[in-house]
Design a protein around this ligand. Structure first.
Ligand code: COA
Ligand code: MG
Length: 301
């Protein structure tokens, strides 16, 4: 789940184009990229696309970003798209874990109506789009067995707090946005969900995107949302653990096994304890979840 490509749900052209993308997740959008007058058309275009699609690669999944609870549009979104059985639903403007619990209940109803196995539809949420939401990022633990990923967003948060700028002159995020980003990372890990970094809107600037991806990987994010197909190869490359990192993780796991799983071991003159083992196991789990894509994309170092 490295790359999550947003595709406006009312654009047949972009939906067609998205079929050629190597994004791990296609995120068909019914929310911010669709004008109010187009919401109805977007629902039916999205449903048709879902019915006619399986992902480009077997590992690619197709999700739908619905409108928020307070929009009054969410129930109609679900009624139409759940009939087309998306892999998951991305909830924008989640205010706390309770919103995810509530969405899970609604999905249960739509799964029953559409003969989908109960619990099959996954949930991801964007959890920093208001000041209140940002203060509630620690509330997602145990909110739903469906919860898969948590992401943060800067655009709506800046509108909510009246921030004039999101970034400093050197391109780094200003404090309040760094706080939202950090709290999403911690909230996701604490909830057992995959932390996903927000979009990079300067979509022609692939060097800037790469720098932001590298920073996100260093901090512990597992993937990043994209708004343009050209961003996907960069995200996939940077978020794929390097061959060297995978090999090292395998050595660490096997060294612990050989030693009978103690609390601490010495390996090549370095002290390794349980957090090192956990990190190695997490990385190997990430590689397994990438499946076949890992064999074609791999960083040099
Ligand atoms: N998904 C699928 N296809 C896309 C796409 C996307 N997100 N963004 C662009 N494309 C397609 C274009 O239709 C065009 O297709 P073509 O080669 O068949 O003509 C091709 O990719 C190149 O696009 P380009 O001309 O570089 O960009 P654009 O000016 O058409 O579009 C945006 C720029 C920002 C409007 C567009 O990338 C977009 O709609 N992004 C998604 C926005 C979104 O969902 N926002 C909500 C989340 S923040
Ligand atoms: Mg938004």
């Amino acid at each position: 789940m490295r790359s999550w490509l947003f595709v406006p749900g009312d654009s047949e052209k972009k939906l067609a184009k998205s079929r050629t993308s190597d994004a791990d997740v296609l995120l068909i959008d019914l929310e911010d990229s669709v004008a109010l007058d187009n919401k109805k058309d977007a629902r039916s275009i999205t449903s048709e696309f879902l019915k006619g699609s399986s992902g480009k690669a077997p590992s690619q999944s197709i999700w739908v970003r619905v409108n928020s609870f307070d929009s009054g549009l969410l129930e109609d979104d679900l009624t139409e798209v759940m009939a087309a059985k998306p892999c998951g639903i991305l909830l924008p403007k989640a205010e706390s874990g309770k919103d995810v619990t509530h969405l899970g209940v609604r999905l249960r109803v739509h799964e029953a109506i559409n003969a989908i196995d109960e619990g099959k539809t996954r949930i991801a949420a964007i959890i920093t789009e208001t000041a209140t939401a940002t203060l509630n990022t620690g509330t997602y633990k145990d909110c739903s067995n469906r919860l898969t990923a948590l992401a943060w967003g800067a655009e709506d948060l800046s509108a909510d707090i009246g921030a004039l700028e999101k970034r400093n002159v050197d391109g780094s995020y200003r404090d309040v946005f760094r706080y939202a980003r950090t709290m999403t990372l911690l909230g996701a890990v604490s909830a057992g969900a995959v932390p996903i970094d927000t979009v990079y809107t300067d979509f022609r600037n692939l060097d800037g995107l790469r720098r932001e991806c590298e920073e996100a990987v260093s901090d512990g994010f597992i993937g990043k949302m994209a708004i343009h197909p050209a961003q996907v190869p960069v995200i996939n490359e940077v978020f794929t653990p390097s061959n060297a990192a995978v090999a090292r993780a395998r050595v660490i796991v096997s060294a612990f096994e050989k030693a009978g799983n103690p609390g601490v071991i010495g390996l090549d003159g370095e002290m390794l304890d349980r957090p090192h083992l956990r990190r190695a196991e997490t990385l190997l789990a990430q590689i397994r979840s990438l499946g076949s894509t890992q064999t074609t994309i791999s960083r040099a170092t």
